[in-house]
Write a protein that binds this ligand. Structure first.
Ligand code: SF4
Length: 326
């Protein structure tokens, strides 16, 4: 591992000053960054430790719930307000990683974690995300875990987070601060598709610090479900995951939120499928129709062909659970 400097600036303002310097990187839980450094995928000159900043709060705000960037994944998943008001987020967090990792990983770090594409982590292999212009090992290679939506001929990686799938479904906002002031980024606009620049995972500008996320109030608490399909029961990334939330009026779907993980370079919101659910009765047929709409436009790469069947089946199953049909 390349040698690096370490600092712990005393204040939030001093942190923002420090991260404006070239070669500086923020460290909080370090559950992804340290792996990347050990493998030589990333090599910062200086780590800026932010663990002491007052960004761990989970509290109601006008019209929603604020969760600080340094709140631990384990703490958020068990928080009484989160469990009562935003159970989808709690379920998604509990589906992620392992208890040990959730005890270290922060909300901000979860948002910023990088893909787990094997070629990205192997510095002997081509990877446009790690080394722009070197090629993509996964296209024509091992791509079982890879994207079926929104990929490009430069990169077919997926975003690995479960938490982010729930946050995009719940219309969360990311709040960031820089020398220019505070900025609010809709969650759906935070992560990027790979396009010509797979090296860029998100739209966070240089020198911006994530302060937290806000989730607007909703009526989904009674009918939410996060379903993650993976190769083993724990500590595995999603082959496909689905965040499903419904607002029901009797047997009719008044409002719906649907998003998928393990299928795109960003958490993938299923807006057309949501529209197909609204106003319809709760039934297996309604859910099957929405699931078929959800996978329109999907493209596979050989190793991940199975996702064309797995994705709609997972959507249908998640909706059955969310609605109480099973
Ligand atoms: Fe790299 Fe993306 Fe290709 Fe994986 S899919 S090898 S991350 S360019």
């Amino acid at each position: 591992m390349k040698q690096f400097q370490y600092s712990r600036p005393a204040t939030q303002q001093a942190v923002i000053d420090a991260i404006n310097k070239p070669g500086a990187k923020i460290i909080a839980g370090g559950t992804n960054l340290v792996d990347l450094m050990k493998r030589g995928v990333t090599a910062p000159d200086k780590l800026i430790d932010i663990n002491h900043l007052p960004l761990k709060n989970i509290a109601p705000v006008k019209g929603g719930l604020h969760i600080g960037a340094l709140a631990l994944n384990s703490v958020v998943s068990e928080n009484k307000l989160v469990v009562a008001q935003q159970p989808l987020l709690s379920m998604a967090l509990k589906a992620g990683a392992s208890p040990q990792l959730r005890n270290m990983a922060t909300v901000g770090g979860n948002i910023l974690q990088r893909t787990r594409c094997a070629y990205f982590y192997d510095t002997t292999m081509p990877c446009n995300k790690r080394e722009p212009g070197s090629g993509c090992g996964a296209i024509g290679g091992y791509n079982r875990m890879h994207a079926i939506f929104g990929a490009s001929d430069k990169c077919i990686a997926v975003h690995p987070s479960d938490m982010c799938v729930a946050l995009v479904a719940l219309d969360a906002t990311v709040i960031v601060q820089s020398k220019k002031g505070t900025r609010r980024i809709p969650f759906a606009d935070f992560h990027r598709l790979p396009g010509e620049h797979p090296d860029l995972d998100n739209n966070l500008a240089a020198g911006e610090l994530i302060l937290g996320v806000e989730i607007p109030d909703n009526n989904f608490a009674k009918n939410s479900y996060y379903l993650k399909i993976r190769d083993r029961q724990s500590y595995a990334f999603a082959l496909v995951s689905v965040a499903a939330s419904l607002e029901l009026e009797g047997n009719t779907i008044k409002n719906a939120r649907l998003a998928m993980g393990g299928v795109a370079h960003k958490p993938w919101r299923l807006v057309e499928a949501e529209k197909a659910l609204i106003g319809k009765p709760v039934s297996a047929e309604t859910f099957n129709i929405a699931a078929q709409i959800a996978i329109q436009g999907a493209k596979t790469y050989g190793g991940n062909d199975f996702k064309l069947k797995l994705a709609p089946a997972t959507i249908t199953e998640a909706l059955k659970h969310a609605s109480g049909l099973v």
